[in-house]
Design a protein around this ligand. Structure first.
Ligand SMILES: [Zn+2]
Length: 128
């Protein structure tokens, strides 16, 4: 594990996803967002509740990274994708598939993995 200070809200989310209990935050107007939140980023409502994240989402956009920053040196090539889970979109790394086989619209599940280079926890998507 890294020695980086914990980013509480985000690490809580990673813990929850690792336990298969990923969640997002929904305000009383039905806007979804990712924790940590004190108020809805769309309407400012502070009436927030935690809702379970759907099991799978669809890749809406992705980038194959072949020349990474040093932080991800040994992970390359890897694919960073934005996945649409309905109420929220989440950015993470696509694993378990050849970078050339990743495509828009692909259905993926969410999990937590570690980067090869620094063993830092990252959100991971794997094809379903
Ligand atoms: Zn809202």
């Amino acid at each position: 594990m890294s020695d980086e200070p914990r980013d509480d809200g985000f690490d809580d989310l990673l813990d929850a996803i690792a336990d298969g209990e990923g969640f997002y935050v929904e305000c009383d107007e039905g806007h979804g967002s990712l924790p940590p939140r004190l108020a809805c980023p769309q309407c400012g409502s502070q009436e927030l509740s935690e809702e379970p994240l759907p099991d799978s989402g669809e890749i809406t956009t992705y980038t194959v990274v072949t020349v990474p920053t040093p932080q991800f040196d040994e992970d390359s090539p890897y694919v960073t994708a934005i996945v649409d889970f309905g109420p929220v979109s989440i950015t993470g790394q696509v694993q378990g598939v050849d970078p050339e086989d990743v495509e828009t619209g692909q259905v993926v599940g969410i999990d937590v993995g570690e980067t090869v280079t620094r063993d830092e926890r990252v959100i991971v998507f794997e094809p379903r």
